[in-house]
Design a binder for this molecule. Structure first.
Ligand SMILES: Cc1cc2nc3c(=O)[nH]c(=O)nc-3n(C[C@H](O)[C@H](O)[C@H](O)COP(=O)(O)OP(=O)(O)OC[C@H]3O[C@@H](n4cnc5c(N)ncnc54)[C@H](O)[C@@H]3O)c2cc1C
Length: 457
């Protein structure tokens, strides 16, 4: 049995960084990966989708060229093979860079295979047993395939198999109107597919405020995406070459016929095939590993980081998990998960930047809430760019003057949101931002103006 100081299972967004830190501190580290180094973000999540979103943006801009006085002779064509090839080059560079960094690092051994616990201190990979006093689980998640009627009768795609698509689906049906479904939906519409998004809830991105959901629906419908809401009972069938999705919606045709089907209905953690019981690591009823505020599991000496602990579902939350574990173990810095502020972006165009509370959450928080809103049509930079869809909304506490949350839907707002996020981490009153001198013309320059317009709810 090979002995290590630490074993890391999975090379997602926390594992490799932790491996480098532990190895740098002189520990002998084993890293185990069963599939592609880099995990979801690098191979089938953030990196490839944002590369594809960029191609879709280029297609849209080319089609709008005349609005800007740019003349393109002939039709705008999309070469899906090249779209995919561009994405593949970006992904491969990231994956290969990480793989070789792990393979060449002093004190790190990279094992390829599926790891399972054999005991609280031992892990087995294809018959080989490794032992360590510290084990870190960073196994991530995979696309959820819900038991919908007919699901086994039809071919379907997930975010992973979408990565192999090098052709243009004639009509892409997407089940799921949240982040993944919306990004793929707008993207494929821009590539030229017909797209129908089917959502069970009465609105898209149901965790956001209603005005955000409505604005996003308007944005994608204006581009020709068909949105079917309230589809509480979806069933699937094959009819000739077509895939039929029967939808129990309150309005519209009772079925949608498409050429391809993408399931984007959520994720499930990769915790069902780790033999966690042999280590005494407990999961909750949804399969997420139970952890404390420093990401320690119910088994002493075993930590869980990233999507598998249910504390976040983003690359930045997984990376922050690494920072928390490393700070506690190596820096005597008692960082905790509860210190972080919710923040994320939705990469449709224009993007949604989100931080902190929604309006609905602020209303039920018991605080006196101030709110301010500004349409992107009143943001000079957006007008100049010809990208005026969306609006910016900020919420603040009337007593402490601290910002409670923001929903910024508009051009550049995946970046602009960081001005708010930094202020929140600094626990500074919002009027501090009103005393700054922002750069003109930017979207961010309107944040102080918007804060000056805050009014009681
Ligand atoms: C389509 C899509 C788009 C996304 N876009 C964004 C975005 O724009 N921004 C953002 O912040 N987040 C985004 N995410 C989410 C982000 O990808 C994840 O939150 C992030 O990858 C965190 O992953 P992780 O570290 O938990 O593990 P993962 O990245 O999922 O990696 C886990 C690794 O563990 C390996 N593994 C699993 N079980 C075992 C085992 N038993 N033995 C050995 N190895 C194992 C897996 O093969 C995998 O490589 C997106 C996700 C998807 C699906």
């Amino acid at each position: 049995m090979a002995a290590y100081d630490a074993i890391i299972i999975g090379t997602g967004q926390a594992g490799p960084s932790l491996a480098f830190r532990l190895a740098g501190a002189g520990m002998k580290v084993a890293v185990v990966e069963r599939h592609l180094v880099g995990g979801t973000c690098v191979n089938t999540g953030c990196t490839p989708t944002k590369a594809l979103v960029a191609s879709a943006y280029a297609a849209r801009t080319a089609r709008r060229a005349a609005e800007y006085g740019v003349v393109i002779g002939g039709d705008i064509g999309i070469d899906m093979w090249r779209v995919k090839a561009r994405k593949d080059v970006i992904v491969a560079a990231s994956r290969n860079g990480l793989t070789s960094a792990l393979e060449n690092a002093a004190n790190i051994t990279l094992y390829r295979g599926h790891a399972r616990f054999a005991s609280p201190r031992a892990v087995e990979i294809a018959g080989e047993r490794l032992r360590a006093e510290r084990i870190f689980i960073n196994v991530g998640g995979r696309a959820l395939v819900p038991p919908m009627p007919g699901i086994n009768e039809v071919p379907y795609l997930t975010n992973s198999s979408m990565m192999d698509v090098d052709f243009l689906p004639h009509h892409l049906i997407i089940v799921g109107g949240s982040y993944i479904g919306l990004e793929f939906g707008q993207m494929y519409r821009r590539f030229g597919s017909e797209v129908t998004i089917i959502e069970m809830a009465p609105r898209l991105v149901r965790h956001e405020d209603e005005d955000v959901s409505a604005a996003i629906k308007d944005i994608i419908e204006l581009e020709g995406v068909d949105v079917r809401l309230n589809a509480e009972c979806i069933s699937l069938a094959k009819r000739g070459d077509e895939i039929i999705a029967k939808v129990d919606c309150t309005a519209g045709a009772p079925e949608v016929a498409g050429s391809h089907l993408l399931l984007a209905v959520g994720r499930r953690p990769n915790t069902d095939d780790l033999d966690l019981d042999k280590a005494g690591v407990r999961c909750d009823e949804r399969g997420y590993i139970v952890v404390d505020d420093r990401l320690q599991t119910t088994a002493p000496g075993v930590w869980a980081l990233g999507d598998c602990n249910g504390k976040g579902a983003f690359t930045h939350t997984a990376y922050n998990d690494f920072e928390i574990v490393a700070a506690n173990l190596l820096d005597r810095d008692p960082r905790r998960v509860s210190e972080r502020i919710t923040a994320y972006a939705l990469y449709i165009d224009p993007p949604l930047g989100r931080v902190g509370m929604t309006l609905a959450q602020a209303r039920t928080s018991g605080r006196r809430v101030l709110a301010g809103e500004r349409p992107m049509t009143r943001v000079a930079r957006a007008v100049e760019k010809g990208e005026t869809a969306g609006f910016m909304k900020i919420l603040a506490d009337a007593d402490s003057k601290q910002i409670l949350g923001a929903s910024l839907l508009g051009t550049g707002c995946d970046e602009v949101i960081h001005g708010i996020l930094d202020l929140m981490y600094a626990k500074a009153p919002y009027n501090l931002l009103q005393r700054t001198m922002p750069i003109h013309p930017t979207v961010s320059e309107l944040l102080p103006t918007l804060l000056g317009d805050l009014h009681p709810l």
